[in-house]
Design a protein around this ligand. Sequence first.
Ligand SMILES: [Zn+2]
Length: 136
Amino acid sequence: MESYEKLLEEAYAKVKVVRAGGERFEMPKLESQIVGKNTIVSNLAQVAGILRRDINQLARFLQKELSLPSKIENNRLVIIGKVSSGKLNEKLALYVEEFVKCAVCKKVDTELVSEKGIKFKHCLACGAKSPVKYHF
Ligand SMILES: [Zn+2]
């Protein structure tokens, strides 16, 4: 027999799931393939488009995080070195956290703005402006 607290907990968990579903953001996934000694990310442009971020900035971020040189070729990212898809998407999640997600309402409808040399995420959903802490 389940305790009342446990049932309550489950009920809350269900409510949370439903609420999250209402403002669902489907995290894009980087698709990659290891070719020889390189890793080719085939959908970098699409992912940057979904996140409304500059493909070059996203590429530079990945390059720094992975500590591997890379270049953009035909909207694909060619990383010099072997990187697993799991690791790439881990870095993408970090990018979204740092550069896309609103620090206040956690939505991803934001734009990057620069004021006096400081980068801010300006949230189009709640209007909050939060500084980007990550620098590269
Ligand atoms: Zn917001």
